[in-house]
Design a protein around this ligand. Structure first.
Ligand SMILES: [Zn+2]
Ligand SMILES: [Zn+2]
Length: 341
């Protein structure tokens, strides 16, 4: 479908440019869409990523990795292939990778969302011949409410818990979702505390210049500290662990696109589920694909066959691009287990 991209045992490869995109094995040259663990893997000799994600890349892969950064829109040429990075709107520093070679243009979007997020640059459609899209929520049932509506619900829940002298504990993936939650809630309701894993990533966000409300690490408080009335942000892996005892009495909730799936919240024994995703919903995917003007669409991650079929029925050349990973690191899976980390 395009000579610019090829799937290999190490991941997606650009043969004329001689580099990989989000490789899952160590390679000589890796171009990275974003710092989530299923896309940014350790061990490669050299990395290329977008400038706003530099602190996150070094936090995740090591301070001393060989990392070259490009501003959004800036381009370099690798063996005759022009490479530039463009905002994907997914998390801080997330980039769509645009490749141009002898007049042919391909864009690998990585993970993306099209709704605005105060913690990262907004998705920008890039014109191309071939578009590689994700499809994590590529079914018509996935339609997100606006961020304003979602956070009004989170604020109501937090305020009611505060008035009932309870702690509000919200589970959110440590990179991206957690910062979106702290930026989105009404911080005047009470103090915000962070789990250690969330704290480390949040420090990288602040170092990158993202404005976030004041937060404190849970670990900074003494054993007997009273958390009632506060909001605690923790990774989903903290749910149901002994670490939770210090917050009693508490109400717990999860912020994830999977909360849209009936029964997910109940199976995880949570009080509340907020449908908050950093991936595009069904209308968002269709809008983004259309906006690229691409005739060829390659679908990866999630409901790939469904989205590819839908696009084919509407006259596009659409195919599934087989990838190594079944689940998404940044969205807890439906059955309750987390795919990676
Ligand atoms: Zn991601
Ligand atoms: Zn992903």
């Amino acid at each position: 479908m395009t000579r610019l991209l090829q799937t290999t045992d190490a991941g997606l490869y650009c043969p004329p440019g001689n580099f990989y995109i989000d490789p899952w094995r160590p390679v000589e040259r890796a171009v990275i869409t974003h710092a989530h663990a299923d896309h940014a893997r350790p061990g490669s000799a050299a990395y290329l990523a977008a400038t706003p994600g530099e602190h996150l890349m070094r936090t995740r892969l090591g301070a001393d990795i060989d990392l070259q950064c490009l501003d959004y829109g800036e381009s370099i040429t690798e063996n005759g292939v022009t490479v530039s990075l463009h905002p994907a709107g997914h998390v801080l520093g997330s980039a769509q990778i645009r490749l141009e070679y002898q007049g042919e243009i391909a864009v690998v979007a990585g993970d993306y969302k099209v709704t605005p997020d105060p913690t990262c640059a907004t998705f920008e459609p890039v014109k191309c011949h071939t578009f590689v899209t994700e499809s994590t929520f590529g079914l018509p049932i996935y339609r997100w409410e606006t961020s304003e509506e979602i956070f009004a619900g989170v604020d109501r829940w937090w305020r009611a818990n505060r008035d009932a002298k309870k702690t509000s504990v919200i589970f959110a993936y440590a990179l991206g979702k957690a910062q979106r939650v702290m930026a989105g809630v009404d911080a005047s309701i009470g103090p915000i505390y962070l789990h250690g894993a969330t704290e480390v990533v949040t420090r990288a966000y602040r170092a990158s210049g993202v404005a976030l409300p004041e937060t404190k690490p849970v670990s900074a408080e003494s054993r007997k500290h009273e958390f009632a009335g506060s909001l605690v942000i923790a990774p989903p892996s903290a749910a149901g662990t002994p670490w939770m005892r210090k917050f009693e009495p508490y109400s717990d909730a999860m912020a994830s696109g999977w909360m849209r799936v009936r029964g997910t919240r109940r199976r995880r024994a949570l009080d509340r589920g907020f449908v908050l995703s950093d991936h595009a919903d069904w209308p968002g995917l269709l809008w983004a694909i259309e906006a690229t003007g691409a005739d060829n669409v390659l679908v990866t991650h999630g409901s790939t066959h469904e989205l590819a079929r839908y696009l084919r029925e509407r006259g596009k050349n659409a195919d599934v691009l087989a990838t190594h990973f079944q689940g998404e690191a940044d969205e807890p899976t439906v059955n309750g287990a987390e795919a990676v980390e």
